[in-house]
Design a protein around this ligand. Structure first.
Ligand code: C5P
Length: 201
């Protein structure tokens, strides 16, 4: 079994960017587990029953562009409260984590539920206003017409839902390194994450 890095945190905290770079620089695989929930949320918006959607999901075939939409993120957060949906996605995530050659998984419950034995756990966070500004810039750059206030409202609503659900709520594992990226630029945050990984590796 390869080395697993678990990266959790709220929306637009920087966890995706950090995970991608760690994986690239270390030659590890990377799984953005939010995409699985977004894909299930998307299928629910198309009229499918969420548990059925999760059980029949083909994680290899996810269409990226649509999954980025804010309404899909909201739907993802809603389906993510359903225990049967989460259960249906566990095996794929654990199999990915166990692949030889190492893996970085990012999400909300990787260090607490999916890979509780991961040797390296990071909890990446930032103040909500900063996260909203980052996500807003990304969405505008992708051609979406959204206001920063609506993005902040979406982020607060998802934080609330993700932290307060009964099954696998968003929280830092006891043995996670907490990295607040509010006042860091991207390279500083990546370097801090890398230093931590190198210490435990
Ligand atoms: O990370 P991202 O913002 O794409 O995730 C979308 C939603 O999917 C989150 O708001 C959360 O409700 C859910 N999610 C989860 N567990 C994960 C990853 C994402 O519940 N491991």
């Amino acid at each position: 079994m390869g080395f697993t890095i678990a990266v959790d945190g709220p929306a637009a905290s920087g966890k995706g960017t950090i995970s991608k770079r760690l994986a690239r620089d270390l030659g590890f695989g990377h799984l953005d587990t939010g995409r699985l929930y977004r894909a299930v949320g998307r299928r629910m918006l198309d009229g499918m029953e969420p548990v059925e959607a999760a059980r029949t999901l083909n994680p290899e075939e996810l269409d990226d562009a649509v999954l980025r939409l804010p309404e899909v993120a909201q739907a993802a957060s809603r389906v993510a409260t359903i225990a049967e949906v989460r259960a249906a996605l566990v095996d794929f995530q654990r199999a990915f984590a166990a692949r030889s050659g190492g893996a970085v998984l990012d999400g909300r419950d990787i260090g607490t539920v999916i890979c509780p034995d991961a040797p390296a756990k990071l909890f990446v966070t930032a103040r909500p206003e900063i996260r909203a500004d980052r996500r807003w810039r990304e969405l505008v750059a992708a051609g979406l017409d959204v206001s920063v206030d609506s993005v902040l409202a979406d982020i607060r609503a998802r934080d609330e839902q993700d932290m307060n659900r009964a099954d696998a709520p968003l929280r830092a594992a006891d043995d996670a390194m907490v990295l607040d990226t509010s006042d860091m630029d991207v390279e500083t945050a990546i370097a801090a994450a890398r230093r931590f990984v190198d210490q435990v590796r």
